[in-house]
Design a protein around this ligand. Structure first.
Ligand code: NAP
Length: 307
């Protein structure tokens, strides 16, 4: 068996602890060789508080996985590529489309892997949904993505700061699935964005796309959370529930499970494959829809939001 790939995890916060560390530790392909974080550490793993110091002192680590929020991420990704390291980006891959294009060009120039991950595309039922829809005519598609920002982003003010994307932070997960499963491309035609009076990003959004596709995202849902994509076709209805992890045909459960725990192991397996084969994977289709919504969306002001 080949030696595991060494990876440095940067930004030891909620998603690093909840998903990245367990996925890396469970894989024979990977060794968590260092962390970089101003406050966070992982037991038993060498830790750095400064990224440039880690790059200088650990030339043996070929892969950097960036779990920072999108706004600070670009500088780290650029420095890692300049230092000859392969880079894995959390979603959304950047604060703007053009900065991710710049990273993609740099990775190409340096012949390094850049992987813009979309964890929801690795949900267990997404491939089955794509296959089932591939020879159907879609007559309607509606996304309902309602979750509790206080549960998933406790105290994280960056989601409401410019570049934090607001409700599009989870909404882009739905769009990553949509752009993976539909047999035809769609484009945004209208949007309404609800901005809390005291915040810079939306807390809710309603989107209308071409081809009778629509979406509602809301971050104010308490109690049961909803991550559904319901599709009507010429051969009957299909529903992807639990964020792409459960597939129903005609109301009957066909495949999948009510768990998201397989998504990050699949991302790291894909990253190992990309590094081994010298490939890149940077698909910005989900983020184009978010940028379009921010461009075209009608803004309305709603109640202030406090964590
Ligand atoms: P987080 O816990 O708020 O941030 C992760 C870490 O990034 C922080 O602990 C912090 O570590 C570092 N960081 C924050 N701001 C920084 C800055 N300005 N400069 C340098 N480092 C900074 O966020 P998260 O929830 O893990 O989300 C991170 C990314 O993962 C986001 O893109 C998010 O969309 C994605 N994601 C999150 C979830 C979720 O459920 N929360 C799920 C899937 C994907 P130090 O202070 O220790 O440096």
């Amino acid at each position: 068996m080949p030696a595991p790939l060494k990876v440095a995890l940067v930004g030891i916060g909620k998603i690093a602890v909840d998903q990245h560390v367990p996925a890396i530790n469970a894989s024979d392909d990977w060794e968590l060789a260092a962390t970089v974080s101003r406050h966070g550490t992982v037991d038993g793993v060498p830790s750095f508080t400064d990224f440039d110091t880690m790059l200088a002192e650990r030339p043996d680590i070929p892969v950097i996985s960036l779990c920072l929020p999108p706004v600070p991420r670009y500088r780290y990704a650029q420095a890692a590529l300049m230092a000859g390291r392969h880079v894995m980006l959390e979603k959304p891959p950047g604060a703007t489309l053009s900065e991710v294009h710049a990273l993609d060009a740099l990775a190409t120039e340096k012949a390094l892997t850049l992987y813009a991950t979309w964890h929801s595309r690795e949900a267990t039922a997404v491939d089955a949904a794509r296959t089932w829809l591939s020879d159907k005519t879609i007559t309607r598609c509606h996304i309902t993505w309602r979750e509790d920002v206080r549960k998933w982003h406790p105290g994280q003010d960056w989601v409401f700061e410019p570049g934090g994307m607001g409700v599009f932070d989870p909404g882009i997960n739905a769009l990553s699935i949509l752009t993976a499963i539909l047999p035809m491309p769609v484009h945004l035609t209208a949007a309404t964005l609800e901005f809390p009076a005291n915040r810079d990003t939306p807390i809710a959004a309603q989107l209308t796309f071409s081809d009778n596709v629509s979406a509602e995202f809301d971050w104010r849902q308490t109690g049961p959370q909803t991550w559904d994509i319901e599709v009507e076709t010429d051969k009957g209805p299909m529903a992807l529930r639990m964020g792409g992890n459960r597939l129903e045909l005609g109301g009957t459960h066909l495949t999948g499970q009510d768990s998201i725990m397989g998504e990050y192991p699949a991302l790291y397996a894909r990253m190992a494959e990309l590094v081994t084969t010298g490939a890149r994977d940077v698909d910005l289709a989900p983020m184009v829809h978010v940028a379009d919504a921010m461009t075209l969306g009608r803004r309305i002001t709603v109640d202030p939001f406090h964590f």
